[in-house]
Write a protein that binds this ligand. Structure first.
Ligand code: S3P
Length: 166
């Protein structure tokens, strides 16, 4: 199959971009991040797209960005945390080397805090994390070939574990 060598999924703040860039370096290929593709194409921050045009519009942009990246990119690809909410996107991921990076809720709150650049967590981070993960965990698991826990681990350690698991 053509397409990315590795696709990283998992919640925001889990380290997809950091680990993805490290993986790409180790594998000698390029790194691409669909959030960055959307920001570049729209010329504005994701938080602004959410506020001005709503989540549904962002999800439509995200769906198109993921489909394009899966078709075009042959390096390491990182998806936004909510990309797997879309059933067509999940179907497109079948057959790819999808790695799900996990973290528990306390680690998530510690890492993302009250970061208002992440619009889904701006009000009550702990409660919202719990709800997000309850709604999404099974979807990440459904698309994943490999699951790697990141709690208490450095990005270097996570990268090594992903390489071992692939
Ligand atoms: C989102 C995750 C973010 C970004 C947007 C929505 C989500 O991406 O796409 O804020 O729904 O989980 P990261 O996972 O790269 O932070």
């Amino acid at each position: 199959m053509t397409g990315p060598k590795v696709v990283l999924v998992g919640p925001m703040g889990v380290g997809k971009s950091t680990v993805g860039a490290q993986l790409a370096e180790r594998l000698g290929c390029a790194f691409r991040d669909t959030d960055e593709d959307i920001v570049a194409a729209q010329g504005r921050a994701i938080a602004d797209i959410f506020v001005d045009e709503g989540e549904a519009r962002f999800r439509a942009l995200e769906k198109a960005a993921v489909a394009a990246a899966l078709a075009e990119h042959d390096g390491v690809l990182s998806l936004g945390g909510g990309a797997i909410l879309d059933a067509d996107t999940r179907a497109l991921l079948a057959g790819h080397a999808v790695v799900y990076l996990t973290m528990d809720v306390e680690e998530a709150v510690r890492r993302t805090g009250l970061n208002v650049a992440r619009p889904l967590l701006a009000v009550n981070p702990r409660k919202q994390w719990r709800e997000l993960m309850e709604a999404r965990r099974h979807l990440y698991t459904e698309v994943a070939r490999v699951v790697v826990a990141t709690d208490g681990r450095t990005p270097d350690e996570v990268t090594e574990e992903v390489l071992d698991a692939l």
